[in-house]
Design a protein around this ligand. Sequence first.
Ligand code: PRP
Length: 287
Amino acid sequence: MNTPRLKIAVQKSGRLLDDSLALLKECGIGFDNGRDQLKASARNFPVDIFYLRNSDIPQYIEDCVAHVGIIGENTLIESSKDLNLVQKLGFSKCRLSLAIPKGVNYFGPDYLIGKRIATSYPNTLRAFLQEHNIDAEIHLITGSVEIAPNIGLADAICDLVSSGSTLFKNNLEEKDVLLRSEACLVANKKLAPQIQEILDQLLFRIHSVLEARNNRYLLMNAPNDKINEIISILPGMKSPTVMPLAAEGWSSIHTVISESDFWDIITRLKGAGAQGILIVPIEKMIL
Ligand code: PRP
């Protein structure tokens, strides 16, 4: 009998691919990068990776050709497939936005009444227009949507925006955000128990990688009479470790802090008398 293997779909090319593969590798999954191949089998974990066209992935997961996949939430929403969003992955953050040529007076979604809007996201755009009771023409374009207004094909576009440089280069201005998106792990809703078990093991690893990415290990020295003040500044998940130094009257304080607020905390720690502050990346974090 074949040992069950979890089939994971990733983009065969595109903005999510590198970070998707990096995440799987950080989870300790060993495989060859198969940019020119359809499938790679992991050597040390029961996982097969399928390299597929981004927009096809939701359908493959619904049909259980792949059990899970890494796609943008924008792709999941546009597909309207009934899949489980298992885990947001924190990379490839972007938004699906409406943009119009610079200098045109946009007075809200009603501006779009009777206008031609170019997009690769017709379903998401249609839902937005319906929600605002707007009758507009949707022009489906599968690539380079941003040139549509400049060649007279559309009055507005609805496309992904990340840095905003594509809009800037094409003399367009972002006016309304339809949805915010990031990469996520999505799964078929009816996985066999053995497959679900492998997915749970993978999720355990993903959680520890994401936690580690979002946190830093913080070490500092402080005079003993400043310890209480310093501890009061540290976010209180768990009590920090305090160890005496060889130098009389001094201690070393260790804790874990969130990546997002460490600059603010470090400034306050310095003000409270902490010295020799070290911030160290964390390899994995098991909670
Ligand atoms: C998206 C989108 C824009 C660009 C926006 O394309 O269609 O072209 O990214 O990014 P920016 O705001 O950082 O300039 P993507 O690179 O995903 O490829 P696509 O053209 O195949 O959609």
